[in-house]
Write a protein that binds this ligand. Structure first.
Ligand code: CP
Length: 303
């Protein structure tokens, strides 16, 4: 395919190919000489209309490790503030002979819209509340690294589901890898359609923790709450926060994940986030290899 717009469009074989390619790139970036010439003469623009730390930096690093030429655009400080449209912005970037666009945007479907109007490869780096495909790939890759084959594994996604592109992309990726998925959160933050995707839904966090092999814990997205949100942060941490006492009460060890950024003391306490059960920084490490694999496979398809 020419683009990576979402996990929904991928087959299990596509995901397997991305993982095997990322395995190779993970070996490469652990060597003293981390760079390969695979994307020499390819120019990539990272176009971010929304804030990011992990995704933006790991795409940039992945591109540099592949020897691509890289330019970075942030809407803040750009001519978007003077009223320039998304399509004009991207077409002006492409006029500078750019081959690939990595884009984060607050509107669901923005990369799909672009794909109908431009000729370059597009990678979705998060579109509003819709999908965040490379996050789901790095999450599933990190689970596979820790637990082996994901078929039959039980993954609980806990938190603000309704505003989360990570949750939706995770459901698609994990189900395609044969895992069982449970969704857990306050009823006000779980979308009604989610049961139609074949996931279990519970509101009791301890029940989810007891059921799962892996808990992927998400933050409340305060920036997407257009009405006064419910529950409040205090209520959320009291009723839905994951803490060490809960993990100690389980009769097994589970793997703790979080895509970041963490609201410490709200959805997760520091003694859980920083514990030996947590693979949160492994997720970040794997993000570079996964993004190298995605960029390499897309550029290769175009060459
Ligand atoms: N996980 C993630 O997407 O983090 P950033 O918003 O910092 O990129």
């Amino acid at each position: 395919s020419k683009h990576l717009l979402g996990i929904k469009d991928l087959t299990p074989d596509d995901i397997q190919l991305i993982f095997e390619t990322a395995d190779n790139f993970k070996d490469v970036i652990n060597r003293p000489i981390k760079k390969v010439p695979s994307l020499r003469d390819i120019t990539i623009a990272n176009v971010f209309f929304e804030n990011s730390t992990r995704t933006k930096l790991s795409f940039e690093l992945a591109e540099k490790r592949l020897s691509a030429d890289v330019i970075n655009f942030s809407s803040s400080g750009s001519s978007v503030k003077k009223g320039e449209t998304l399509l004009d912005t991207v077409n002006n970037i492409l006029a500078m002979k750019v081959d690939m666009i990595v884009m984060r945007h607050s509107s669901p479907g923005a990369p799909h819209f672009l794909s109908k109007h431009i000729d370059a490869n597009i990678v979705n780096a998060g579109d509003g509340t819709h999908e965040h495909p490379t996050q789901a790939l790095l999450d599933a890759f990190s689970m596979r690294e820790k637990l082996g084959d994901l078929a039959g594994k039980k993954i609980a996604i806990i938190g603000d589901i309704i505003h989360s592109r990570v949750a939706l992309s995770n459901v698609f990726a994990l189900q395609k890898m044969g895992a069982e998925v449970m969704i857990c959160g306050p009823a006000t933050l779980v979308p009604k359609y989610i049961t139609s995707l074949g996931v279990q839904v519970v509101t009791d966090v301890f029940e989810a923790l007891q059921w799962c092999d892996v808990a992927n814990i998400l933050r409340i997205q305060l920036e997407r709450q257009h009405i006064k949100y419910f529950p409040s942060l205090r209520e959320y941490s009291l009723y839905f926060g994951v803490n060490k006492q809960m993990l100690d009460r389980l009769d097994k060890e589970i793997v703790i994940m979080h895509p970041g950024p963490i609201n410490r003391g709200v959805e997760i306490t520091s003694d859980v986030a920083d514990s030996q059960h947590s693979i949160i920084l492994n997720q970040v490490e794997n993000g570079v290899a996964i993004r190298m694999a995605v960029l390499y496979l897309l550029a290769g398809a175009n060459r």
